[in-house]
Design a protein around this ligand. Structure first.
Ligand SMILES: NC(=O)c1ccc[n+]([C@@H]2O[C@H](COP(=O)([O-])OP(=O)(O)OC[C@H]3O[C@@H](n4cnc5c(N)ncnc54)[C@H](OP(=O)(O)O)[C@@H]3O)[C@@H](O)[C@H]2O)c1
Length: 335
């Protein structure tokens, strides 16, 4: 029996299925022979979900009366939908927290069939490391942004429902890989020969390559005596932005110079982007919330608990993960 055999031929519901992480998860579930039900919106871009085997359900989670599909068997639920950018605190909380109550309440109807639920949280729910140390699952939760606070609140809902549903919570750090659109902006600058550095102090972070995160999500929902457990899932290393820029530059065969932005420029820049976003339906690419995030010197966590309990070893460290990611950006003509 391999560590993913619990999923073979099972019926699975994925929220946020068309997103970066959700779409990679869907690919893996299909390759395991699962019956995959994707919860997406009418407006969702379905470019990564091309398999004819996928069954779509059009549901906007922002609708307070949303209903999940009434599936005959619902064996696994992966809750990947979330807002990583929004215009207001309320929008973050509506999607990242309030939705969870309604989703898990509706899941109770399938309680007899459900074998596992994975709730995708974030390192942001815990907040940055103090004194440069790695966060672990025992660390108190001190989120510092609307996003982080809403993810913490979503975790609290998941933990409450874990008394009745087999829920496990995964907290990734920054996730990268093909189809990713945020860190991509950093790689675009590297391609032009610039390694973006904010402020003078070195900044440390954890990363996880999307394929490793997906494998962890598939493994964590397997048979277990405990529910409501929370795990950080990283690639087991910590990096500096400088190191990431250097590795990406090497892979792209470009030489890179540090593009140092003083922290004092962040606030006016954020306000400028927020003002621009007032004329758009989309949230700003960079705002004062993101500014709080990027000012921190340490966004790093330890995955030792997960590695030990699940005998899990990440397959991709930065070099290998970047190689796949950058090749993909080039192949898709993003770079
Ligand atoms: N990427 C990272 O580095 C990272 C790190 C830590 C945690 N996470 C967490 O991982 C999860 C997935 O992130 P991601 O990077 O895959 O983000 P993403 O690409 O932006 O995907 C988010 C997904 O949520 C869906 N969604 C948002 N609002 C919705 C609504 N009202 N109704 C239905 N679906 C809605 C989106 O659908 P539309 O396309 O229709 O908007 C999309 O499918 C999130 O919970 C995020 O907090 C991500």
């Amino acid at each position: 029996m391999n560590e993913l055999s619990h999923l073979k031929g099972k019926t699975v519901l994925v929220t946020g299925a068309n997103g970066f992480i959700g779409s990679h998860l869907v690919d893996s579930l299909l390759s395991l022979g699962c019956e995959v039900h994707c919860l997406v919106r009418r407006s969702s871009n379905l470019r990564w979900l091309s398999s004819p085997k996928i069954q779509f359900h059009f549901v906007d989670l922002a609708d307070p009366n949303f209903k999940i599909p009434d599936l005959k068997n619902m064996n696994y639920v992966f809750h990947c939908a979330g807002l990583t950018k929004a215009k207001s605190r309320k929008e973050y909380f509506d999607i990242n927290s309030t939705v969870c109550s309604s989703l898990y309440e509706q899941c109770l109807k399938f309680k007899g069939d459900i074998e596992g639920v994975v709730h995708l949280s974030s390192l942001a729910a815990v907040g940055p490391g103090q004194d440069g140390g790695l966060m672990d699952e025992a660390a108190p939760l001190n989120p510092i942004t609307h996003y982080g606070k809403s993810k913490k609140s979503g975790e609290e809902v998941a933990l409450k429902y874990s008394a009745s549903l087999p829920i496990k919570i995964i907290r990734p750090p920054v996730v990268y890989g093909p189809r990713e659109e945020n860190l991509f902006n950093f790689f675009k600058l590297v391609r032009k020969g610039w390694g973006l550095q904010i402020g003078k102090a070195p900044k440390k972070l954890s990363l996880v390559y999307v394929a490793d995160l997906v494998r962890a999500m598939l493994q964590v929902c397997g048979p277990s005596d405990v529910q409501g457990k929370v795990y950080f899932v990283t690639d087991g290393r910590t990096y500096s932005w400088e190191q990431i820029a250097k590795s990406a530059a090497q892979k792209m065969n470009v030489s890179v110079k540090a593009l140092r932005l003083p922290e004092s420029i962040l606030s006016p820049l954020a306000i400028f982007f927020e003002l621009l976003a007032m004329f758009s339906s989309k949230p700003a690419l960079f705002d004062r919330q993101r500014m709080i995030d990027i000012r921190q010197s340490c966004w790093a966590a330890s995955s030792e608990n997960f590695f030990r309990e699940y005998s899990f070893s990440p397959e991709f460290e930065l070099e290998a993960g970047l190689s796949h990611t950058l090749d993909w950006y080039v192949q898709e003509k993003w770079l």
